[in-house]
Design a protein around this ligand. Structure first.
Ligand code: ATP
Ligand code: MG
Length: 423
């Protein structure tokens, strides 16, 4: 078990604050800023501080595992894109694209990444020749930049944000749709592992897709989308394309359609051949006929997910992280002058990721901070709890229990990870 200096809270350079920043109206950003998870550099632009970065890494790890499981090959593409990419597909003048004017230039010659279909289509064209080179899929977790006019929802809508984007390459539409269904299932696993219920939602296509797209929508009052959803079977349509209305019978089961506000956490697109055509991405089939490669693309908002999780999991005192994405598994508080070092090392030896509050602060302050930061298990050592015993409480529990460290470890082991069982 790695022990990093900041796992002793007295070394952690960030501090909690009682008041949310005045210019921050979104609840997710208020709690994350108060807990020292993020720092807002400007509207829609955040730094992920040590605690926040651990959450981003945990979410990324879940996404990675599920993308690897459907054969995704991880890579990293650039954030700085020469203008020939977007010019080739007519997307250079899309209004959310940030363009870059270099010193000494009058016109922008680059844009910063808003998506990567063009980049990977050009790369793939170098390696794909025959049907034998297909299918394959590649993904990255990378920073995207979009000039969002309303960046007021904290991590839900960044101008700079983290996205996982997967792209797939196929010899036929049938093969694309086969893979599309596999990715949809992988996405379902990702969201369940993150503690979220995300509805697979029929959504609008565009001039770059061969059909409708599908979004994954989490019901939330802060959502900017509206969906028509049957909570009995999970069937959902984005209101933008829906022919259903509230109160209608569900077309898939005997449930009823409800209308809900929702946040889009993922979106998958059957692209077809638009990008392949623009970059000469062709292959020769079994009969020697040259054809355009059929593409799909699949996005998950990694940083938006962090915001959505906070919107779903909090109370008046702070965040309540689902264990699978928590920055640590246990928060050890040494109170009343007790030395927690022995328990700290014992927890680490047993593989528990622990933040040790060794600060010289009052019990009240430490409890309030533990509730705000929201680590799943709070473990207290103090003269009151007694020699050889710890007090343990789940973040969402009403009452604490006193037991031996061994018993506490057993309890955590039994209840720790809501996500690992989803396979
Ligand atoms: P939206 O409709 O919310 O603007 P989009 O449809 O433009 O999103 P996509 O291009 O489909 O977004 O991006 C894939 C995923 O990236 C989205 O499903 C979402 O989770 C995330 N995402 C998109 N825009 C943002 C943003 N500005 N901030 C944070 N996450 C974002
Ligand atoms: Mg979308």
């Amino acid at each position: 078990m790695v022990s990093l200096p900041y796992m002793r809270q007295s070394h952690l350079f960030t501090k909690t604050v009682k008041e949310a920043p005045k210019d921050e109206s979104a609840l997710n950003a208020q709690l994350l800023a108060r807990g020292g998870f993020v720092y807002k550099n400007s509207a829609g632009v955040y730094s992920y501080l040590p605690l926040g970065w651990r959450v981003i890494r945990a979410i990324s790890q879940i996404v990675r595992e599920e993308m690897d499981a459907v054969g995704g090959q991880e890579l990293l593409m650039p954030a700085l894109h020469d203008k020939h990419y977007l010019k080739a597909t007519g997307r250079w003048d899309v209004d959310v694209v940030y363009k870059v004017i270099a010193g000494g230039e009058k016109e922008p010659s680059f844009n910063i990444s808003w998506t990567h279909e063009e980049i990977l289509a050009e790369i793939a064209a170098k390696y794909v020749n025959s049907y034998k080179d297909l299918p394959f899929a590649a993904y990255q977790i990378q920073t995207k930049f979009r000039h969002e006019p309303r960046a007021k929802s904290g991590l839900l809508r960044g101008r700079e944000f983290l996205m996982k984007d997967l792209y797939s390459f196929h010899a036929s539409e049938a093969d694309l749709y086969d893979y599309y269904a596999k990715v949809a299932e992988a996405y379902r696993k990702v969201f369940v592992r993150c503690g979220l219920t995300a509805y697979y939602t029929l959504a609008a296509g565009g001039d770059f897709t061969i059909d409708n797209t599908n979004e994954f929508q989490v019901i939330s009052g802060v959502g900017e989308d509206t969906i028509h959803v049957c909570k009995k079977c999970g069937y959902a349509e984005n209101k933008e394309v829906s022919t259903l209305k509230k109160g209608d019978a569900c077309p898939k089961c005997d449930g009823t359609i409800e209308e809900e506000k929702a946040v889009e956490v993922g979106n998958i697109f059957p692209l077809g051949t638009k990008y392949s055509k623009a970059f000469g991405l062709t292959f020769t089939d079994e009969k020697g006929v040259k054809k355009d490669v059929v593409m799909g693309s699949y996005g998950i908002g990694i940083s938006r997910l962090m915001g959505v999780i906070v919107e779903q999991y909090h109370d008046a005192k702070g965040i309540i992280w689902p264990a699978a994405v928590a920055p640590f598994e246990a928060h050890l508080l040494a109170l009343g002058g007790a030395d927690g070092a022995g328990v700290y090392h014992a927890l680490q030896t047993h593989g528990v990721q622990v933040l040790y509050d060794d600060r010289d602060a009052s019990a009240g302050e430490k409890f309030a901070d533990a509730d705000l930061i929201g680590i799943p298990w709070r473990i207290v050592v103090s003269p009151k709890v007694g020699e050889g015993k710890v007090e343990i409480k789940g973040r969402a529990d009403d009452h604490a229990q006193i037991m031996t460290l061994e018993e506490a470890l057993e309890k955590m082991r039994k209840e720790l990870d809501i996500g690992k069982s989803v396979k």
